[in-house]
Design a protein around this ligand. Structure first.
Ligand code: 13P
Length: 256
């Protein structure tokens, strides 16, 4: 059984004060939830504040939104895996479509980062997804296959198992137009099938694949009930602790 993983990608939002207030509210709402893995992915500037606000709670983990592939050195403005580890970060989102389209990240760059993350014992959440134009041309599988093979090249089975994939169709991000559960399941099944080809069936069955793109409290349960959807990577709806808590609870088998 794959444990569901629901992550809050705050993107370039949330001050330290807002982050602390969010965590306080989320902890009250979720209690000591253990059946779902919950990850908060703040901007770099709020990571330490979120850690402090989480206190002894071990159930909610920290993530980062990006990192550089080098360990340290003269890379002004960059953050390394070692620096993230220093802040007790466990996950790092890599290859988000905003990084790919706005900051020119290629599969090769994403791959360097993914390998550097594993070397530092950070778990990457690797984002892939097609644009609307690519979908309309019937190229979804081709694009997903290229992005997966490129981003995950050279990983061992153990590293692959410890990687989370996030399927985020670009046309669904921040648009209010989520993929239907059927569209998402179809893409997730294809991703798992491709992972089996990259490694083997057993490893592919163990890899968790999140869906991202306009996930909201009212569509979260149906999306995450699909057999190959193992959680969500939430943007806009993760800025409000109430709606994020509802999405976490929606990851359970039974709707509450
Ligand atoms: P939205 O939930 O705002 O569509 O963003 C999705 C996303 O990009 C999460 O990484």
């Amino acid at each position: 059984m794959r444990k569901k993983i629901v992550a809050a990608n705050w993107k370039m939002n949330m001050t330290q004060a807002e982050s602390a207030a969010f965590v306080k509210s989320l902890l009250l709402d979720l209690g000591d939830i253990t059946d779902i893995e919950v990850v908060i992915v703040p901007p770099f500037t709020a990571i330490a504040k979120v850690m402090e606000a989480l206190g002894p709670s071990q159930n909610i983990k920290l993530g980062a939104q990006n990192m550089h592939w080098e360990q340290n050195g003269a890379f002004t403005g960059e953050i390394s895996a070692a620096l993230l580890r220093d802040l007790f970060v466990r996950y790092v989102v890599l290859g988000h479509s905003e990084r790919r389209t706005l900051f020119g990240e290629t599969d090769e760059i994403v791959n360097r980062k993914v390998r550097a993350a594993h070397e530092a014992m950070l778990r990457p959440i690797v984002c892939i997804g097609e644009t609307l134009e690519q979908r309309d041309k019937g190229n979804v599988e081709k694009i997903l296959s290229i992005q997966l093979r490129g981003s995950l090249a050279g990983l061992s089975e153990k590293e692959l198992h410890e990687t989370v994939i996030a399927y985020e169709p670009v046309w669904a991000i921040g648009t209010g137009r989520n993929a239907t559960p059927e569209q998402a399941q179809e893409a997730h099944a294809f991703i798992r099938h491709t992972l089996a080809k990259i490694s083997d069936e057993t490893t592919a069955e163990r890899v968790r694949i999140q869906y991202g793109g306009s996930v909201k409290p009212d569509n979260a349960h149906e999306l995450m009930s699909q057999p190959d959807i193992d959680g969500a990577l939430v943007g806009g709806a993760s800025l409000d602790p109430r709606s994020f808590a509802q999405i976490v609870k929606a990851a359970r088998e039974e709707e509450l």
